[in-house]
Design a protein around this ligand. Structure first.
Ligand code: PLP
Length: 420
């Protein structure tokens, strides 16, 4: 065990996840590659933790942050006007597709979801919430309540009454043979049945990830959430899209993952990739809805000058370079390549994804662990997840080049062959 790992074990809780038998310490990054303390370089197919949308050390982001640092203001009270915050809110409001939208900034996805839950339950005067099975929404009391996997939460204690819906995946045997249309029909029937029988009284909101992130990048058929929204609208239930992993063009198809379903949500939450590694999250919703949280206040660090400088530069870069189109093109090449390899390798049970958000499901959690080690040994960083921990997830920077895509794909195929 390295000295740093021993020190980590001594002072960091045991449940904090660390990848690899011998965890690595990243000490530098350039482009879409990082280098560890032993001098080994890796192509990063997980973009940090779906955070480094533009990879590492992008001049535009570094210079924007340096310009802000040069003013001497790392942080000032969020009680004052902050130009960068207003500019960022204007951009996100415009991009959200939500009418007369307003934005509230937080420091993380968890806080963003807490704010969305508060907004929905307060304005709808109900603490009943619908969420999806196998969802992950964060680590706070409210966010773990709407998270649906026993191994991702500490208890079932909850400040909310939560009912979990089918639709995010097809783990159950009764769903597997169904066409997309039939699957959507069964799920909508389940939603209607839940609203009619399980739920007593009004429901505040449904919260859903357009593609389940930690759940293993399982995606419902496009259109499922539009069908849900139709039913929910009949009951006045708000739709919250958790775009923490799926926003900023990552899925290639649309700027927001929920747009792949033809849904304009009432509330959208975001975080992770917006600051290219700087901590920033937030909530965007119709102005009159967001304004209804009338208790005055602020977030001490939410929307601070450094994170908004990074986020403005990141967002401008994504739009100026049409990285959504790049995600579609490069992602398709990788997904096609993985599907072809998966078809001839028994260890692969599924390949799925959209744009630069794709996953390989393996025959067992042990196989996923071996693939993680085999890719690391070949200089590629990937993520893990899935309901049973049997899925290797990848979400490379949206700046991934075709050559890097090819390199990563070849490493993955080689590593899959080794573990087969
Ligand atoms: N929502 C989703 C979909 C996530 O994947 C995550 C984190 O992985 C969160 C919320 C929580 O975000 P954070 O870790 O920034 O609090």
């Amino acid at each position: 065990m390295s000295d740093l790992l021993a020190r980590h074990r001594a002072v960091i809780p045991t449940w904090v996840t660390l990848y690899y038998d011998e965890p690595i310490e990243i000490v530098s990054g350039r482009g879409n590659r990082v280098t560890d303390s032993e001098g080994r370089t890796y192509l990063d197919f997980f973009a940090g933790i779906v955070t480094n949308t533009l990879g590492y050390d992008i001049a535009e982001v570094r210079e924007a942050v340096e310009r802000q640092l040069a003013t001497g203001v790392v942080h000032t009270s969020t009680l004052y006007l902050l130009r960068g915050q207003v500019e960022l809110a204007e951009k996100i409001a415009r991009l959200s597709g939500i009418e007369n939208a307003k934005v509230f900034f937080t420091n993380s996805g968890t806080e963003a979801n807490e704010t969305a839950l508060l907004l929905a339950t307060y304005t709808r005067k109900s603490n009943q919430v619908l969420a999806m099975r196998q969802s992950y929404h964060g680590r706070s009391f409210g966010a773990t309540s709407i998270t649906a996997n026993a191994s991702w939460k500490n208890s079932a204690l909850s400040p909310l009454s939560v009912y979990f819906l089918h639709g995010g995946d097809r783990h159950l045997a009764q769903f597997r043979g169904l066409s997309d249309d039939d699957y959507v029909k069964v799920c909508v029937e389940d939603l209607r049945h839940t609203l009619a029988t399980v739920v007593g009284g009004d429901v505040a909101a449904l919260i859903a990830e357009p593609i389940q992130g930690v759940g293993g990048f399982t995606a419902p058929p496009d259109g499922l959430y539009a069908a849900y929204q139709e039913v929910l609208a009949e009951h006045g239930v708000l739709f919250i899209a958790d775009e923490v992993q799926t926003g900023w063009g990552r899925t290639g198809q649309n700027f927001w993952g929920i747009q792949n379903h033809g849904v304009t949500p009432d509330i959208m939450t975001f975080a992770k990739g917006l600051g290219n590694g700087f901590a920033i999250g937030g909530v965007v919703a119709r102005g009159e809805l967001l304004d209804a949280l009338h208790a005055t206040g602020l977030s001490t660090f939410g929307g601070n000058p450094i994170s908004t400088a990074a986020a403005n530069a990141t967002l401008d870069y994504i739009l100026d370079h049409d990285l959504q189109a790049n995600a579609a093109k490069v992602g398709e090449r990788i997904i096609d390549g993985l599907r072809a390899a998966g078809a001839r390798l028994d260890v692969v049970t599924d390949v799925r994804g959209k744009g630069l958000m794709f996953a390989i499901q393996l025959s067992s959690p042990e196989a996923a662990k071996r693939l993680l080690e085999a890719t690391k040994a070949r200089g590629l960083l990937v993520g893990k997840g899935g309901l049973y921990g049997d899925t290797v997830r990848m979400a490379p920077p949206l700046t991934l080049t075709e050559d890097e895509a090819e390199e990563g794909l070849n490493i993955l195929i080689d590593a899959l062959e080794e573990i087969s």
